[in-house]
Write a protein that binds this ligand. Structure first.
Ligand code: P6P
Length: 341
């Protein structure tokens, strides 16, 4: 029987179902949960795509917990995700970058998972048409629907699913369930399905690109400065060429390029932000999980990001993520130079 590829497509829904079948004790709850995540991403993609047409960009007049101006798309995206995830009946708690406090799901709809998400990360770039994205992480609550909020502030290594959806020239959803593989899907708007286009993504151990906001370099500690100097000004005897600099200022876009091409992405601690800028629960943990499952590493400079335990839902941490050889070089710089981490 000839396998007519175009009639036997691996959609995200089918992939999640097949993943469920790998676990005899699976109840299908995560499958339903992932469908609500998919719905949120498809909705945001359609809004971002037509944002400039229906004037959805521009300030919504209020600010979020980070004190940043909330753009209309932020508000819309957050509401869509909260409603879709609540309606799934698979989550008891949610943490959103756009909401000050923990979002409690009504008793009748509580489930055994907690989800943390940034509904529209990089949104300050929307007006310029730069790629933005949704980042999410899913944790299983030991006490299920009866869980208390202390079950959210656990080591990042407890995460069971992590992913992002990037809204750009195409819509790419990248996901891992911690089974050692990272899968990339592309939305086919004609049928409204995410199709597997990048199976088993592996990050190169070493690349040629560094990605950091050098506008903060005067505030860096010695270790951070020493690391970036080592890739910008390689010693003549090393025979190495300087890395290229690529920084979009939208984490999903910068991490996606790093995942596919290799190199290092960083948001280091600096004198202005001693814990860095990126939020642990819904930026650093999901991205660290993806990079590790793709064969790379993610550290604060001195410790593994996924070993951190946040004390507050909007805590931040410094992040260096990339291929194993890149991160070994970061570690060496932090081992031999003063740092705040
Ligand atoms: P900076 C976007 O606001 C964001 O949270 C991430 O998407 C991005 O990596 C970072 O901030 C950019 O921060 O200070 O370099 O503009």
């Amino acid at each position: 029987m000839t396998d007519h590829h175009q009639t036997n497509i691996m959609t995200l829904t089918r992939y999640v179902l097949e993943e469920q079948r790998q676990h005899p004790d699976a109840t299908g709850d995560l499958t339903v949960a992932m469908n609500s995540v998919q719905l949120g991403c498809k909705f945001v993609e359609s809004c971002v795509r037509k944002a400039r047409l229906v004037n959805l960009v521009g300030l919504a007049g209020n600010t979020n917990v980070q004190g940043e101006d909330q753009k209309k798309l932020d508000v819309l995206s957050n509401e869509m995700f909260v409603n879709a995830l609540k309606a799934s009946g698979k989550f008891s708690f949610m943490v959103s970058e756009e909401v000050d406090d923990i979002i409690f799901v009504p008793e009748s709809l509580r489930g055994k998972y907690c989800i943390t998400f940034d509904p529209l990360d990089g949104s300050s770039n929307i007006d310029a048409g730069v790629n933005v994205g949704t980042i999410f992480g899913i944790w299983r609550l030991p006490s299920g629907p009866r869980a208390t909020i202390d079950e959210i502030l656990v080591p990042g290594s407890e995460i069971i699913a992590g992913g992002y959806c990037m809204y750009g020239s195409s819509c790419n959803l990248v996901l891992t369930f911690g089974n050692g593989t990272v899968e990339g899907f592309t939305l086919d708007p004609a049928i409204g399905e995410f199709i597997l286009t990048h199976p088993d993504i592996r990050i190169p151990p070493k690349g040629k690109i560094y990605s950091v906001n050098e506008g903060n370099s005067m505030y860096w500690d010695d270790a951070t400065r020493s690391y970036f100097d080592s890739v910008k000004y390689p010693s003549p005897e090393s025979g190495l060429k300087p890395y290229s600099a690529r920084y979009i200022g939208s984490m999903v876009a910068d991490v996606h390029r790093t995942l596919l091409y290799g190199g290092v992405f960083a948001y280091p601690a600096d004198r202005k932000s001693r814990s860095g800028k990126l939020r642990i629960l819904y930026e650093s943990f999901p991205m660290a999980f993806i990079i590790e499952q793709a064969g790379g590493r993610a550290i604060t400079g001195t410790q593994r990001v996924l070993d951190l335990v946040p004390t507050h839902i909007h805590d931040r941490c410094p992040v260096f993520l990339g291929g194993t050889e890149e991160i070994a070089q970061v570690e060496a710089a932090f081992a031999s130079h003063a740092s705040w981490v």
